[in-house]
Design a protein around this ligand. Sequence first.
Ligand SMILES: [Zn+2]
Ligand SMILES: [Zn+2]
Length: 704
Amino acid sequence: MLATGTASGKSLAYQLPALAALTADPRACVLYLAPTKALGADQLESLESLKLPGLRAAGYDGDTPIPERDWARSHANWVLTNPDMLHRGMLPGHARWARVLRRLAFVVVDECHAYRGVFGSHVALVLRRLIRLARMYGSDPVFVFASATSADPAGSAGRLIGRPVIAITEDGAPRPGADFVLWEPAVLPDAQGQDGAPVRRSAPAEAARMMADLVAAGARTLTFVRSRHAAEQTALSAQRRLNEVAPELAQRVAAYRGGYLPEERRELERALGCGELLGVASTNALELGVDIAGLDAAVLAGYPGTLASVWQQAGRAGRRASSGRRALVVFVARDDPLDSYLVHHPETVFGRPMEAAVIDPTNPFILGPHLACAAAERHLSEDDLDLFGGPAIKPVLAGLVDRRVLRRRPKGYFWAEAGHPADTVDLRGGGGGQVAIVDSGSGRLLGTVDLHRAPSAVHAGAVHLHRGDSYVVQDLDLRMGVALVRPERPEWTTIARSTSTVSIASVHDEREFGGNVRVGVGPVEVTEQVVGYLRRRPGGELLDVIGLDMPRQTLHTRAVWYTIRLDSLLAAGVCESRVPGALHAAEHAAIGLLPLFAGCDRWDIGGLSTALHADTGEPTVIVYDGYPGGAGFADRGHEMLAAWLSAVRGAVADCPCEAGCPSCVQSPKCGNGNHPLDKDAAVIVLDVVLNAIAPVRAVAALGR
Ligand SMILES: [Zn+2]
Ligand SMILES: [Zn+2]
């Protein structure tokens, strides 16, 4: 596992031994996996540029024409593909890939920090299917992983293949000098958010202003924003600003987003590389595998989801050390708890990383379908069980036999149907069913949303953003799995209101601390019912509340929770009437900060807080994975509880607002419309919990 910084020579580190193996054995083969097609294409180009005799590299992805696929199968000794094609194409058709599998010397898993959460859990099982088939064909390949730096690189890679992995983390590459600025936009003097909360200037607006100033100073600047729409808006407002001060430069600023043709993309990259363009606002489409580096400045408008991505985006800026000039990286915080926490706690960005690529390949909702795929490739024998998780998988296998997906015979488990189930398993879906989002005018499929999220995300009347275009949902048919939408750009956003309950299925993993706090982790059942939605103006002003009659949804997942004895809260000065608001605020901030440790998005997790929970009998805060069976996020939160809750306390206590704002305890996804919230009492709650669970460790973990 090579876990070092951007542009530290990781490609060379796996290319050399793999190429040496091909030279030593003319029949040896290498399989290279990238999380995106763009990265695979760049790697293919880089290999071809070596012009090595005997190297026969070929891409095998969704875009590869049939004759080239045939060529790859019969002749290539370096096949570049992605987990999806491995899952759908190579493994089900392994007999046709026998030549490659028989002599598989190396498997390269590039950018493997991308394999986290539900997607990562799927990929872990695809890799195990690969290992099993390679063994069957008589090969035992060396796995090389490449990743950005993370908290536990050897552990993350080890979880992907279920075997111990050695990490190489020493980064000896020379670094061009750069100044890294963490920037919190100012509060707008005349604006007010929900309940009088202060409103900060938006990160893209601030980034546009910075890019214009940098371009005016002659600096080649790349600005990263979160959506296509924001990329276009940011480029436009930078141009507008330049029109006032240096109109000749306005046309040297452009937007870049996913969905461009390869030629258009290359042209834009070339123009930026040579300085024809001075400023580009981009979605993270430019993030992976595109050879743009050596710019004067990078502006990051908001946290891109992981610290690995922060460093990848920052790595685009960096002049040659010999130029004697330093590059500039600016991280502009958005108005949310995680971004604000980062600007107030720079050690989180620059210190030892706390974020690990979390996966859970034992999730029965993910494991079951892959066991079926594996059995369809070749029957599963007792010897295979270890590879997929050992005895723990027995109940999942038994379930598959009961449902007649598999058939039990003396030699093992056999796929009971015709064909192969791979097409029914989407590695990038959330597990469970999907609802298709369809433009009712054109009939075009815009995307999908997980079935259990559909009632809150695409209920009738919801404003749905798709790649920066705005739609309003006309109708949601859960039984048919279709949400019909039409293009519309209303003057409001919508937020679903829901009621939810969480029942804790088993409390055997609960521990008590300090006589007043208990902490647990385990399976839970979340029942949620969307009861209506709020319409708000962009500033946060509430327009109205509209009722909805929606069915109840049940999610079986995993959660982490803590409980506090009421008397210890009273003793700490939180009177009974303030308990619900205190717990609710602490819950929101916890959801906001968990992504820092688990590499998830705050929309991947949910929470519930209550002054009296039926299963624990006490004031309780619960944070759960938003996916059937869980994705490992709650378990990571449990593992990192003291450091996580210390960060939560920091985010809430250090926020300069009076009574709560989007940077600390207000949440855009609150089913209760952010009521009640008690910021000050939340700090007391967190202090009580931290004092009980690990006062020393909590402080040490953050170096405070
Ligand atoms: Zn605040
Ligand atoms: Zn809430």
